[in-house]
Design a protein around this ligand. Structure first.
Ligand SMILES: *[C@@H]1O[C@H](CO)[C@@H](O)[C@H](O)[C@H]1NC(C)=O
Ligand SMILES: *[C@@H]1O[C@H](CO)[C@@H](O)[C@H](O)[C@H]1NC(C)=O
Length: 398
């Protein structure tokens, strides 16, 4: 037995060494490193370092072995940049000790949909880094009612696979902070999102058209949804997230389009909301659509002074335009709320306002305790079916 396992250990070592010698320019444990400062980036917050970042990426992406782009301490001014794959290796690391800074002139990136985007990459690790979109100028423009650019997302991962992001901070994005779209197997952990509670449209993390996305141990304070879940999101796991200020964790808005991929198998667990507009929300347009929401679990949530702790709103129609039937086509089923407690900032702590054409089915409430100051909180139901069990306060309207 012993000699046999020693033999297989030796042969494995031999195969590995042969592989390294034949196939990789450097031993696997010493990944090629591309330091943006060696490539001309300047950590003064104003010299345009975009080219150094793109050059570092081009080298990493064309390496056949594992490679690392390294960003040292300091602040680097970077214009809108796309880090495109496919790359030669499935093991690229972005190691960021410093800050990427967008221009404070919002016009510089405001007409790009994204400031920083990764596209068609398989096997990317991003460690650390602060991404500061300097969005306050654009927010002010939008509030003034002037015509303004749409704004850029701080960071997007698009059509990519096997992405691991740890310890990243996103600050003052012009619009959404972090977008995961068209991806598979993405983990975001220890992420921090920071922007004013009054900043318009600054969703923290947005996931759409993606499967197997995990968001862990993150702290999100922003002006819109902390996490928003769009069409085509499935197998999404969100755990240990603190949200506030912000609009809560939201599935939706869905059903803006008549043909739309559904949302299914979403777990949101151990989350805390502080002073947010919503807690756990599902939101759809009051328009025809073939979309759906099914198999959702909301578990162990704490609400601190939240305006709508539990809400399904299927009557979204801003300005009341383009909603001919005023009923949503989105079919919502099998949504479980388990162990939800804390304080509501309004009398109606639980609200299920479902579609008259497609009533919600299989809503389950279990162990809910929501209070409204010294008064009794209320629940309100329209076109919602399901059941309640365990401790229920407010008493169930299902
Ligand atoms: C998911 O991606 C990680 C890298 O972030 C990788 O180690 C893991 O093997 C991938 N999982 C699957 C099932 O492909
Ligand atoms: C639901 O998603 C989780 C990951 O969040 C995954 O582990 C599980 O297999 C999925 N379940 C189904 C039925 O696809």
């Amino acid at each position: 037995m012993a000699s046999r396992s020693t033999y297989s250990f030796l042969s494995l070592t031999l195969i590995t060494l042969t592989y390294v010698a034949l196939c990789s320019p450097l031993p696997v444990t010493f990944a090629a490193q591309y330091n943006v400062v060696s490539l001309g980036a300047v950590a003064d917050g104003k010299t345009d370092s975009s080219k150094a970042f793109l050059d570092a990426w081009a080298s990493a992406c064309s390496s056949s072995g594992p490679s690392t782009v390294y960003v040292p301490m300091g602040s680097f001014y970077v214009k809108a940049a796309a880090f495109n794959g496919p790359c030669k290796s499935n093991f690229i690391t972005f190691m960021i000790d410093g800050t990427l800074l967008a221009s404070s002139n919002y016009g510089m990136i405001g007409n790009s949909a994204n400031w920083i985007i990764f596209r068609h990459v398989t096997g990317l690790n991003v460690y650390g880094g602060t991404f500061n979109g300097q969005g306050s100028g654009l927010w002010a423009c939008k509030k003034s009612g002037k015509s303004c650019p749409g704004g850029a997302t701080n960071i997007q991962f698009s059509n990519s696979k096997d992405i691991f992001v740890s310890g990243l901070s996103s600050v003052n994005s012009q619009t959404f902070h972090i977008v995961v779209n068209g991806c598979q197997n993405v983990t975001l952990q220890g992420v921090q999102v920071t922007a004013s509670g009054a900043s318009p449209n600054t969703d923290g993390i947005h996931v759409s058209q993606s499967t197997s996305v995990t968001i862990l141990n993150s702290r999100i304070g922003t002006g819109d949804d902390c996490v928003s879940i769009g069409p085509g999101a499935s197998n999404l796991w969100i755990e240990n997230v603190a949200c506030g200020p912000g609009h809560g964790i939201s599935i939706g808005s869905l059903g803006q389009n008549s043909q739309e991929a559904g949302v299914q198998n979403v777990t949101v667990k151990t989350v805390m909301f502080t002073g947010t507009q919503n807690g756990l929300r599902i939101k759809s347009w009051a328009r025809p659509s073939n979309g759906f929401v099914r198999n959702i679990l909301f578990q162990h949530a704490v609400m601190n002074n939240v305006q709508n702790p539990i809400i399904i709103d299927q009557h979204y129609c801003p300005g009341n335009v383009g909603c001919p039937t005023q009923a949503s086509g989105i079919k919502i089923s099998d949504v479980t709320y388990q162990d939800i407690q804390g304080t509501s900032a309004t009398a109606v702590a639980v609200k299920f306002d479902c579609s008259s054409m497609n009533p919600c089915t299989g809503i389950k409430l279990q162990d809910v305790k929501l209070t409204y100051g010294s008064q009794v909180a209320q629940a309100s139901c329209a076109h919602a079916g399901g059941m309640a069990s365990g401790f229920m306060q407010p008493s169930s309207c299902l």
